[in-house]
Write a protein that binds this ligand. Structure first.
Ligand SMILES: Nc1ncnc2c1ncn2[C@@H]1O[C@H](COP(=O)(O)OP(=O)(O)OP(=O)(O)O)[C@@H](O)[C@H]1O
Ligand SMILES: [Mg+2]
Length: 304
């Protein structure tokens, strides 16, 4: 695996927070786990934070429960599952210290449903939690690095833009103040790194390029792209070319089909290479064993 341009690992080396996003199903969770594993190996205390309502890693690592409070994994890092409600509850109790507000919010069905439709509120609460260690607020976070297994592209952008929206809506008071602090953290690229995973397929690559552009223009940050599940030719190029012409019983057609797939993969990789400043490759790993998947993904990232 060779490194391309500037090493993709610069997106997380020395950072305090790394956001991993990408189109649905491209390998965000696996890449996030591999980064967490690599940084743990490097001696850092790492938290892998899943954003959402259900934990992907619970089954991955056979854990009895994954919730808001971090749990240890046998991989050496901790895992937590954060969502709008769990983070908002913490925000109201610890940051604003309003027990009555908490009861009003969480013990009332109507209020709860209103909170869920209030624009940006869940996102602010989640981002507040992610950045709380750096901002030195809220419950202590004893981690050198938080790897965020983030939402897919569109929702991730909404998450990262939430402080801006909140700052415009509420200029004063603690919410305005906290939003300004969060905004400063996510824009600070010596603190936060941004990783976008993609497959070398048409739609994910197009979406990746659009997302990177929006991260640049709308959030003001650079990102590293990880081309995941790269297939490699099982034979030499010359052998494949020979097969394409010589075999009379259908194997030649299959060789042509394979050749077309690898051509397209190469074209899409070249397009990414031309368009992004940091690009890494992760091969398709022929295993269903989570430990093998994370280890091999980590090895591929280490080589970048
Ligand atoms: N390099 C790889 N080689 C083989 N399998 C992979 C590779 N990367 C990811 N996978 C597998 O592909 C599937 C999707 O990966 P993953 O769950 O990490 O994607 P995701 O982007 O987090 O998906 P979602 O959008 O649903 O959260 C999983 O079964 C994962 O183990
Ligand atoms: Mg996932």
């Amino acid at each position: 695996m060779q490194a391309t341009k500037q090493a993709a690992a610069t997106a997380w080396k020395g950072r305090k927070i790394v956001f991993v996003s990408g189109k649905g199903g491209v390998g965000k969770s696996l890449v996030a786990a591999a980064i967490a594993q690599e940084e743990t190996r490097a001696g850092r205390k790492v938290l892998l934070a899943e954003i959402g309502d259900t934990s992907y890693y619970k089954d991955f690592w056979n854990l009895p429960h994954v919730g808001h409070d971090p749990v240890a994994t046998k991989a050496g890092f901790d895992i937590a599952l954060w969502n709008g409600e769990s983070c908002l509850r913490e925000y109201v109790l610890f940051y604003l210290r309003l027990q009555r507000l908490y009861s009003l919010f969480f013990e009332n069905k109507v209020m709860k449903s209103l909170i869920n439709v209030a624009p940006g509120l869940n996102e602010i609460a989640i981002l507040g939690k992610i950045t709380s260690g750096v901002r030195k607020v809220g419950p202590p976070m004893h981690y050198d690095l938080i790897v965020v297994d983030c939402y897919a592209t569109g929702h991730a952008l909404a998450l990262l833009q939430a402080p801006k929206g909140m700052m415009e809506a509420i200029k004063f008071g603690p919410m305005g103040h906290h939003s300004r602090e969060m905004e400063a953290v996510i824009e600070n690229q010596s603190i936060c790194g941004y990783v976008v995973a993609t497959l070398l397929e048409e739609m994910p690559v197009v979406e990746t390029l659009e997302f990177c552009e929006k991260l640049k223009t709308q959030v003001g940050v650079d990102s590293s792209v990880i081309a995941n599940k790269i297939l490699s030719l099982p034979v030499e190029e010359a052998q494949l070319n020979q097969l394409k012409t010589q075999d009379p019983r259908g194997l030649g057609e299959f060789a042509k089909y394979l050749d077309a797939i690898f051509d397209r993969q190469r074209e899409l990789f070249a397009l990414l290479e031309k368009s992004v400043s940091r690009l890494a490759r992760v091969p398709f790993i022929f295993s269903a064993d989570p430990e093998v998947l994370v280890k091999k993904t980590g090895e591929a990232l280490r080589e970048t």
